[in-house]
Design a protein around this ligand. Sequence first.
Ligand SMILES: [Fe+2]
Length: 153
Amino acid sequence: MTNEFTQPQKDEIAQSLKPFLAETFQLYVATLNVHWNVTGPLFQPVHALTEEQYLELAPAIDEIAERIRSLGHKAPATMQQYMDTGSVADGDENASAEAMVKALQAGHEQLANRIRPLIAQAADASDDVTAGLLTDRLTVHEKAQWMLGAMLG
Ligand SMILES: [Fe+2]
């Protein structure tokens, strides 16, 4: 049947979503690092913006993990797996506010760059659900890059 979403297609997409889940989790932790440890004149706006961002990222992590489950795979949920498969850098709690903002911006850019080819992969399999989820995530990461960049003038 031509409209079937086959298990091999699901496997391919699930495998691609696993490092994306890892990196979204890593960016969540890096965002908390900035929220908690930022100092200096930018404290208030950075503290507030990163709160909005980590509150947005938390349910997104759950949504990505549950999509992996819907595709028939176990969702990676150990720090070890996240470190092994993700490459978003840890935050530096002693960095300047400007460096912290730039590092977060780079993390959002890294996520956006990971997502773009995954949307095409999902579309090729007519997996509109994953493509939609990924498009929503791309929107968030592109917007975050703008907002963090605007903070630096
Ligand atoms: Fe807080």
